[in-house]
Write a protein that binds this ligand. Structure first.
Ligand code: SF4
Length: 230
């Protein structure tokens, strides 16, 4: 592992001697809770578990003292049983070291857990359809896609899951990125679809309140959804 770390630390002038190098590696492994550090210092990647490799990836990112880390699906490949400990470790780094995170995930429950004190942006086929402070978006979702995602998140209590109203989509098919639908790209699946507007005009991402923006003709009050029309 020491060779593995050698290059970035030396290239960025962050260590001056082998002693500094070893000390810095020790600190970084300890920071990501790979301990006892001595057990990991000389290991190769294939000798580590999935969770340990994820921690090591974070430690590598920390070698250059970043102020910002892009974490793309950083907990999706690990067993659920260690997912929480990884999220806690990342959250601890964020709070302790003041590192900013762009945390990318397909799991809204994970996004909610990690970004509760931050902002969230919900994307559909490559575009942001809703963004705002996380508690606002999670508790008061306005875009039909966000609402559908949230209604699909299982609750710890099975009774709550059963009571949760699922937002029934008109279709389960996700469009091809090379042949996107006209107007609002979500319109072939949207239960609030308004013919003549949603399939023609692309909705802009507009503010609907403080720190809350949505790209939806209905949510922004430009048209009335068919099921609510008189
Ligand atoms: S613009 Fe229309 S189709 Fe798109 S999300 Fe809003 S209601 Fe649904």
């Amino acid at each position: 592992m020491s060779e593995f770390w050698h290059s970035p630390l030396k290239r960025h002038g962050l260590v001056r001697s082998r002693h500094d190098l070893r000390q810095r590696i020790h600190e970084l492994l300890d920071t990501v809770d790979l301990s006892p550090v001595e057990d990991f210092y000389d290991k190769h990647p294939h000798q580590l578990s999935g969770g340990q490799r994820q921690r090591l990836s974070v430690a590598r990112a920390l070698t250059v003292n970043p102020s910002f880390i892009v974490a793309d699906e950083s907990v999706s490949m690990v067993d659920v049983s260690i997912r929480v400990s990884l999220l806690q470790m990342l959250g601890g780094l964020r709070d302790r070291l003041g590192v900013g995170f762009l945390f990318i995930t397909h799991d809204l429950a994970v996004a909610k857990y990690f970004a509760w004190r931050g902002r969230i942006a919900v994307m559909y086929v490559g575009q942001v359809v809703e963004t705002g402070l996380t508690p606002k978006v999670i508790n008061e979702p306005e875009h039909p896609y966000t609402r559908a995602l949230l209604s699909a998140v299982p609750e710890a209590d099975p009774l709550l899951t059963r009571e949760k109203q699922r937002l029934a989509l008109r279709s389960q098919d996700i469009p091809s990125l090379t042949a996107l639908p006209s107007g609002c790209t979500f319109h072939p699946r949207c239960p609030l679809f308004v013919e003549g507007q949603c399939d023609v005009v692309e909705p802009a991402l507009l503010p609907i309140g403080e720190n809350h923006s949505v790209a939806c003709h209905v949510a922004t009050g430009q048209v009335v959804a068919r099921e609510h029309a008189a």
